[in-house]
Write a protein that binds this ligand. Structure first.
Ligand SMILES: Nc1ncnc2c1ncn2[C@@H]1O[C@H](COP(=O)(O)OP(=O)(O)OP(=O)(O)O)[C@@H](O)[C@H]1O
Ligand SMILES: [Mg+2]
Length: 244
């Protein structure tokens, strides 16, 4: 058996180069950033790029309802319903109005049957579709379900283990507050961490991206310009004119 890390190219312009080739198969990678930084767009684009190559994928949406995801992503020219019809995409909608709400309502701060239902459904969907690319948006919605840090670490560890064992590449978005040097439990537990910044420079805000960790890989150690445009995300590999 080979111990070599198998890389899945994201297909997002400029991103694979700064990752050291792509996202490793079997890993959970946290995509962290502030509000509007581009987390959902990047993670969805990763799954869409797979669908375009005939690779099945799953979008797990925890905050935004399915209808909203379909509309916002169609702005980038991504017809998610088309991929669903082609059986290349499954959207699991756990947004606040249904499953997560019922977990809270039942007061199951430690998870409980609704959480197990959610994880079982995801597991079954991975197995039945053969999905390789997954996105979970945002992971915070999952972490918030636990009453203490210990329960959260234990359950996240189990959850990441389930995803790793199924040979998926899972991008889990993470909502961050303002501090750049404060790292979260989710980031320590994940195998890889990418952070997107959306900083105020004078009167404008500019986006940039940094690969914080990719265990066992030789990723770039710098911060690179990152843009969202009509076709989605793009990373500019040259940081020459960039002083962050
Ligand atoms: N066609 C476009 N061209 C340029 N920028 C766009 C376009 N569409 C969306 N954006 C930018 O992308 C941002 C939203 O990105 P996205 O939803 O991926 O961020 P997020 O980090 O997931 O935000 P949140 O924390 O609210 O979930 C918008 O605020 C907007 O600035
Ligand atoms: Mg988002």
């Amino acid at each position: 058996m080979s111990n070599r890390i198998e890389l899945i190219q994201s297909g997002i312009e400029g991103l694979d180069a700064i990752l050291g080739g792509g996202f490793p198969l079997g890993w959970v990678i946290v995509i962290a950033g502030g509000p509007g930084s581009g987390k959902t767009t990047l993670a969805t684009q990763f799954v869409v790029q797979g669908c375009l190559k005939g690779e099945p994928g799953i979008l797990v949406t925890m905050n935004e309802p399915r209808s909203h995801v379909l509309t916002t992503m169609s702005n980038f020219g991504w017809d998610l319903e088309f991929f669903e019809r082609e059986e290349l995409l499954t959207i699991l909608d756990y947004s606040a109005t249904n499953v997560l709400y019922s977990i809270h309502k039942q007061g199951m701060k430690d998870g409980g049957p609704s959480l197990n239902f959610m994880i079982d459904q995801l597991q079954d969907t991975i197995d039945s579709t053969g999905a390789i690319r997954l996105m979970i948006d945002p992971l915070n919605a999952f972490s918030f379900l636990f009453k203490d840090n210990f329960s959260m670490r234990r359950e996240l560890h189990k959850f990441f283990g389930m995803l790793a064992g199924r040979k998926t590449v899972s991008l889990a978005t993470l909502e961050l507050g303002s501090s750049e040097e404060a790292f979260t439990v989710e980031e320590f537990l994940a195998y890889g961490v990418v952070r997107i910044y959306h900083k105020k420079i004078g009167r404008n805000r500019e986006r940039s991206i940094e690969v914080i960790k990719m265990r066992g890989l030789n990723q770039e150690q710098s911060t690179f310009p990152f843009e969202i445009g009509p076709q989605g995300c793009r990373v500019y590999e040259s940081s020459d004119t960039f002083d962050y």
